[in-house]
Design a protein around this ligand. Structure first.
Ligand SMILES: Nc1ncnc2c1ncn2[C@@H]1O[C@H](COP(=O)(O)OP(=O)(O)OP(=O)(O)O)[C@@H](O)[C@H]1O
Ligand SMILES: [Mg+2]
Length: 186
């Protein structure tokens, strides 16, 4: 991953995805973001899981106040200024998912999402994106195709190898660089 971030100035966005539910995407995305921020990298964590209830969101993980989130920004585009600073970690900002919209995939497919990443790339060194389960929705692959790079999380005694292999193939077919994988809970 470090190699990915360091090889080209445009390499700033990493999408955290996995084939199944509850495999630890949100947990790994949050921890990765904290590690990069602790190293002094200006880090933005975007919660692009517009499917799961707030209880399982980055907003809940970081105990953030209820504010404008990604869904709101995509509906009426602005910059990443709605991202919330995390107390005690000056280099970490989190953009929560926001209100669960009726049309997540349509919102994520809008040019506004690309614009947001573009603007955020100027303000941050590292952008980590949390996503919903790849087996249930195409959202993660859509986001990865836009971002260009992904990290696949698999969970010991839980993830299915054929599902993971299929997802990896689809990502490669859409030109996404799979820059790493995590065997969670091992
Ligand atoms: N390495 C780990 N050690 C201990 N607990 C973990 C670990 N990874 C994940 N968990 C726990 O497992 C549960 C699922 O993790 P998480 O919410 O990060 O997964 P997810 O893939 O984002 O799930 P969802 O499909 O709901 O978005 C959470 O309760 C989380 O705290
Ligand atoms: Mg999650």
């Amino acid at each position: 991953m470090l190699r990915w971030f360091n090889t080209a100035p445009g390499h700033k966005v990493l999408v955290v995805l996995s084939p199944g539910r509850r495999e630890g995407r949100s947990f790994i995305a949050a921890n990765l973001a904290i590690v990069f921020a602790q190293q002094g990298q200006r880090t933005l964590l975007i919660d692009a899981d517009l499917r799961s209830p707030t209880l399982r969101s980055q907003q809940a993980l970081f105990k953030l106040s209820n504010s404008t989130g990604l869904s709101g920004l995509l509906a009426s585009p602005r910059g990443a200024e709605a991202a919330l600073r995390v107390q005690g970690l000056p280099d970490l900002a989190v953009l929560p998912a926001g209100t669960i919209p009726p049309n997540p995939q349509e919102l994520l497919g809008r040019p506004a999402f690309g614009d947001l990443l573009h603007i955020a790339s100027r303000q941050f060194d590292v952008i980590i994106i949390d996503t919903p389960s790849g087996g249930d929705y195409a959202d993660a692959e859509l986001i990865a195709a836009r971002a260009g790079a992904a990290l696949m999380v698999l969970r010991k005694n839980q993830s299915l190898v054929p599902q993971a292999a299929q997802m990896a193939r689809r990502l490669q077919d859409s030109g996404v660089a799979l820059v790493g994988s995590v065997l969670n809970d091992a």
